[in-house]
Design a protein around this ligand. Structure first.
Ligand SMILES: [Zn+2]
Length: 500
């Protein structure tokens, strides 16, 4: 990447988590070599620098998406009404073994959408299939080209996908085949990652994480090896846990030696600790939240996909009361179907009312803190990202206060969370580089990408039609399995709506 010159962001209202979150004072931010060098009113700066006039703008820390998969970006808008287990039937085959051109385009589309919504970092838990250098190159160079920061974690699993279904092994053989009855050996996948972490060391806008797909998709040996790999390279861990009711029943039925708890199972494999982030935790028991909190582990909430895929609502209030670390994500592009942390923050605040209708937090400024500092913490980057402070990496968003969302302007925190849609995002800076300028990508040719996607979609849609036709016959089986799940008691208390 070319050397980024010093940049002075002059006169914006600079959002500070610990300051006045409703009426932030105007200040200047000096960026030097990708980092924030100084923040203060009327900074006097010597030497050469470029200036961005930020008067009439809110300057906020770059938003971080703590849970995302770039693999199904092109499936956006294809699905509705499908619970997770049925949706997987369609998305899985459309996300693996695609052409390099398609992988590049889908990565750029997700990055572009994210940047336009003020997201400066994505945690991409990618179904990297095939898992090889050529495809890793394609993905990472697309991210570099777009200029977005990525916490990259190709997903690993050594138990076949059919294990994601509670009654998977009782389905007819051809339907099992459709869902996936094979997996790569653990050692092959983990040694690939081990090599990547060394040959492509983190730095600039690249960060790594370890991502076992889900406890029920990995052998105990593989989970233990993931824990060791994360320890060896000092990396965070993300894994899907308790996304659906079916998954909590899998825990009760397949892991009796761990008291039917995936958290106990994770503990037995050394994964339960400060590096760990449980993605979803919709169906987590209160005692399990306490164990996560005690271990310093975190949860990544994805309300949008949890609702769209009919998984349920994570118990926000109880999670907060347990003291567990909170992060927010937007999840798949065909399961939510948008990369927009403003929406994620708003739902986070609103859904607390489901488990607790009493007045009290969750407040907008808490959501903003979770989506920046909290999400940075999930990736182990809390001293580098999530706030506009000297020494931090220069990732920030200039929000146009002329947008009608701020007419009138009463509170930065509340209007960012409850009113902003992403429309006000005008300038986006990542690692000191302007990547969105006046609402246009400064890094990639948006029109060129549009033409490229249009032409790729002819082939993609044809493949989708084939998959949809072929999978039609599996649906009745999955529908029955889904009803059986809904009729079964989970046998451990989740959260109890309060009726004080
Ligand atoms: Zn996910």
């Amino acid at each position: 990447m070319a050397h980024t010159p010093r940049l002075l962001i002059r006169g914006g209202l600079v959002y500070d988590h610990d300051g006045d979150v409703h009426n932030p004072p105007a200040a200047d931010i000096l960026i030097d070599n990708g980092k924030i060098a100084a923040v203060g009113a009327n900074l006097s700066v010597d030497g050469a620098y470029e200036t961005i006039n930020a008067a009439g703008h809110l300057v906020v820390p770059g938003l971080i998406n703590a849970h995302y998969h770039s693999h199904d970006t092109l499936c956006r808008g294809l699905f509705e009404e499908l619970p997770l287990e049925m949706w997987l039937l369609y998305t899985l085959p459309l996300t693996r073994n695609r052409s390099k051109e398609e992988v590049r385009a889908r990565t750029l589309v997700g990055a572009l959408e994210s940047l336009h919504a003020g997201i400066t970092t994505v945690q991409d838990m990618l179904n990297l299939a095939p898992m090889n250098d050529a495809y890793t190159d394609v993905v990472l160079s697309a991210y570099r080209e777009a200029g977005i920061r990525v916490v990259f974690s190709p997903m690993v699993a050594d138990v076949p996908p059919i294990a994601m279904l509670r009654d998977g092994r009782q389905l007819p053989a051809d339907i099992q085949e459709m869902l996936g009855t094979a997996a790569l050996p653990a050692t092959e996948q983990l040694s690939y990652l081990d090599n990547q972490f060394v040959s492509r060391p983190p730095g600039g806008t690249l960060h790594w994480a370890v991502a076992p797909f889900a406890p029920q998709r990995c052998s105990a040996e593989m989970l233990a090896a993931c824990a060791a790999l994360a320890e060896k390279h000092d990396l965070p861990i993300y894994t899907h846990v308790y996304e659906t009711k079916g998954q909590v029943l899998i825990a009760r039925e397949r892991f009796p030696e761990h008291g039917g708890s995936l958290i106990s199972y994770l503990k037995s494999t050394d994964l339960l600790g400060p590096r760990l982030n449980i993605v979803h935790s919709v169906w987590i028991a209160r005692t399990e939240m306490d164990r996560l909190a005690e271990a310093g582990a975190g949860v990544v909430l994805n309300h949008m996909s949890n609702m769209k895929l009919k998984s349920g609502i994570a118990p926000v209030k109880d999670l907060i009361e347990s003291g567990v670390r909170i992060a927010l994500g937007c999840d798949n592009c065909s399961g939510s179907d948008v990369q927009n942390v403003f929406q994620a923050m708003k739902l986070f605040c609103l859904f607390a009312a489901v488990s607790d209708p009493e007045p009290g937090p969750q407040l907008a400024h808490h959501a903003l803190r979770h989506a920046t500092e909290g999400n940075a913490r999930s990736a182990g980057l809390e001293r580098e990202l999530g706030a506009l402070k000297p020494g931090y990496r220069a990732d920030m968003v200039l929000i146009d206060l002329n947008d009608v969302a701020y007419l009138p302007f009463n509170s930065a925190a509340r209007q960012l969370v409850y009113t902003e849609t992403g429309r006000g995002v005008k300038t986006v800076i990542v690692e000191g580089r302007v990547v969105i300028k006046d609402r246009k990508a400064a890094t990639i040719d948006e029109d060129g990408l549009r033409r490229e996607v249009d032409s790729l979609m002819r082939h993609f849609r044809a493949d989708y039609d084939t998959v949809a036709r072929e999978r039609e016959r599996a649906l009745p089986h999955l529908r029955q399995a889904h009803s059986r799940v809904l009729q079964t008691e989970i046998g451990m208390s989740r959260f109890i709506p309060r009726t004080r």
